[in-house]
Design a protein around this ligand. Structure first.
Ligand code: NAD
Length: 247
């Protein structure tokens, strides 16, 4: 028996990186996972690799119609979402002098508004069906560190933590729990292909535990938060960064 047997879990941005590792871990624990990603081919490949009945549904999380269609498709194919993992994000590397309104709007639309729209869809449907579900938001430890070259991203991810706290208060009466995870630097596909890949040595110096953060370090924590073991936790932000930030 897996800890997540019988759960339908949606992981956004699960075609690669941390999202893919989360989806794989949750499927291993018994969940039927939905891999939703803007990258249709990558999502389909990830779902096939993950198995255990994993579904791939293409979705642009920054587009309201696309998000609504995603939830309609899940409802038809796998029933109501029991746990939503808001993971899809753009991870930019851009100096403040180059942060213009277009960049700001793009990052907020995907990294904050996308989380809002998916959460709205998921929790409305949970309430309609009496599902005492979970929402797990992937934020970032950059909100504590004030990491440079990603100001709009840091602002959006801090917004995600604010949303987590507010919704925990509002939705607790329905038995819906909502928590956030703030990963440190993780060697994901996205990071490997970006200038962030140069930061591992510096970040490791700041970590209490040594080594390079891997997607599975985050996936294992999300599996805990999705399980019944975490049933008494809501409104929290769990920092998962080998002790880089200590608070
Ligand atoms: N990697 C890190 O160091 C790190 C650290 C802290 C937080 N995070 C967070 O973890 C999560 C995953 O990061 P990652 O490093 O695996 O990223 P990644 O770039 O490797 O993967 C992101 C995935 O999201 C998808 N995506 C992007 N825009 C989308 C959209 N509009 N709609 C649907 N899907 C979309 C991409 O196609 C991709 O599959 C993100 O929320 C990120 O902010 C990552």
């Amino acid at each position: 028996m897996g800890k997540l047997d019988g759960q339908t879990i949606l992981v956004t941005g699960a075609a690669q990186g941390i999202g893919k590792a989360i989806a794989a871990r949750l499927a291993k624990d018994g969940a039927t996972v939905v891999v939703a990603d803007i990258n249709a081919d990558g999502g389909a490949e990830a779902a096939a690799e993950i198995g255990n009945g994993a579904l791939a549904i293409q979705c642009d999380i920054s587009d309201a119609d696309s998000v609504a269609a995603l939830f309609d498709a899940i409802e038809a194919q796998a029933g109501t979402v029991d746990t939503l993992v808001n993971n899809a994000s753009i991870v930019p590397f851009i100096a403040w002098d180059e942060v213009d309104l277009a960049h700001w709007n793009t990052i907020i639309a995907t990294n904050l508004t996308g989380t809002f729209m998916a959460t709205r869809q998921a929790t409305d449907r949970m309430r309609a069906k009496g599902v005492q579900g979970r929402v797990i938001n992937i934020s970032s430890n950059t909100i504590f560190a004030g990491t440079p070259n990603m100001a709009a991203y840091v602002a959006a991810k801090a917004g995600v933590v604010g949303l987590t706290r507010a919704l925990a208060t509002e939705l607790g009466q329905y038995g819906i729990a909502i928590n956030a995870v703030t990963p440190g630097l993780i060697e994901s596909a996205g990071v490997k292909a970006s200038p962030h890949n140069e930061a591992f040595e510096f970040v490791e110096m700041l970590q209490a535990l040594k080594g390079k953060g891997q997607p599975e370090h985050i996936a294992d924590v999300v599996a805990f938060l999705a399980s019944d073991d975490a049933r008494w936790i809501t409104g929290q932000t769990l920092n998962v960064d080998a002790g880089m930030i200590r608070h």
